[in-house]
Ligand binder design. Structure first.
Ligand code: G6P
Length: 372
């Protein structure tokens, strides 16, 4: 069994370490001899894609957070409105979709019942359906008009890790493809973003090489009863995913919040010693996002929080307000979730491991929820 796990103590830890390859393999073979992005495997009529006026992303669990990241990138690159909805909410509320709606489902297994039913409903309404899926020939891609496979390889651990990064990568490819097709992005811009994406696997590897930094923190927190996660912009879904990982495998109460909501409730939860992870946007990024999040760190710290910060390399401003900082390599803001998620996965995995829990098979959870 240890051989199957590549020498790691759990499939989850192996799969976290598979992530450079998961991203690289998902990017592989997407550019033609003319430096143009090709998503031929989707077998979708480009003319139909040009007519799309709205994108609806449907998914559950971790896959839904990949959808939330996708919204930031696709809207920014393609100027098409993107809604992200949990499949089970979409199904039961009489949603508005039509022939000009592209419904993108995201599912690692391709078998999640609620997502399948939501896709069927969307198809009945005449929407164009595209499945982003990690499992060849599974039900959701079979029933969709088109499919874009993620190439993370089989994911065994119940809590999703490498499939998540591969899903985010696939949505970036979709966004770039739509931007190319619809003329929102110039060839040079697409080339630059693809080049930045191409550097992501080695940057993930550099984070994995420093895993001990975050594992040591996790071991020191094995008696934590609640951990909060704050993020803004693309860091918001990353915060949600960080919290979900901790709930799923370490059975610790964890919640992710949009940092801007702090004053609307979450700050009331802060008392002496409350651990708070903060996913900090790049100081090189747009507007004043970075300084706003640095203020949020100061606000929770002033109320006694133990501030645990994920920041970009070179960000000097955060260190003085942080109990702990983990630096991830520089990358454009929209791509940052591919890096900032990784330390949070390592944190949850190590914490569950020191608690002696079954990291791969957490209680009450299933890898694929095929019932309603
Ligand atoms: C279950 C799994 C999660 C997964 C979710 C969606 O809850 O435990 O890891 O994110 O289902 O699964 P899917 O296969 O549709 O991505």
């Amino acid at each position: 069994a240890s051989a199957e796990k590549g020498g790691y103590p759990s499939f989850m830890e192996k799969e976290i370490n598979d992530q450079p390859a998961a991203v690289a393999d998902t990017l592989l073979g997407r550019v033609d001899a003319f430096s143009r992005l090709t998503l031929d495997e989707m077998r979708i009529d480009p003319e139909a894609l040009k007519k799309v006026t709205k994108i609806v992303v449907l998914a559950c669990g971790t896959s839904a957070y990949a959808g939330s990241v996708a919204k930031y990138a696709i809207e920014n690159w393609c100027r098409i409105p993107v809604e992200v909805e949990l499949s089970h909410e979409f199904r039961y509320r009489d949603p508005i979709v039509d022939a000009n709606t592209l419904v993108v489902s995201i599912s690692q297994s391709g078998e999640t019942m609620d997502t399948l039913m939501a896709v069927r409903y969307a198809k009945e309404q005449g929407a164009l359906t595209l499945s982003i899926c990690n499992t060849n020939g599974s039900t959701i891609p079979r029933e969709s008009d088109a499919v874009l496979y993620t190439h993370a390889g089989p994911e065994i651990a119940v809590a999703s890790t490498k499939a998540f990064l591969a899903q985010i990568t696939a949505t970036y490819l979709l966004g770039l493809y739509l931007g190319q097709l619809r003329g929102n992005l110039f060839t040079g811009q697409i080339k630059d973003i693809l080049a930045d994406l191409g550097k992501i696997p080695s940057k993930i590897q550099s984070i994995l090489d420093r895993a001990e930094e975050i594992k040591e923190l996790a071991r020191s927190m094995s008696d934590a009863s609640s951990v909060l996660f704050l993020g803004r912009h693309v860091g918001y879904p990353v915060a949600m995913e960080g919290a979900l990982k901790l709930k799923e495998i370490a059975y610790i109460h964890a919640e992710g919040f949009a940092a801007g909501e702090l004053k609307h409730g979450p700050i009331a939860l802060i008392d002496e010693g409350q651990p708070v992870f903060v996913v900090v946007p790049s100081p090189r990024g747009r507007d004043s996002l970075h300084s706003k999040v640095v203020s949020n760190i100061q606000e929770v710290r002033a109320r006694g929080a133990k501030t645990l910060v994920i920041a970009e390399a070179g960000d000097q401003a955060v260190a003085e307000f942080a109990e702990f900082v983990f630096y991830v390599p520089e990358t454009p803001t929209l791509l940052m979730p591919l890096l900032s998620t990784v330390p949070l996965q390592l944190f949850a995995c190590e914490l569950a491991t020191v608690k002696g829990l079954d990291v791969d098979q957490p209680r009450n959870l299933a890898k694929s929820v095929t019932v309603e």
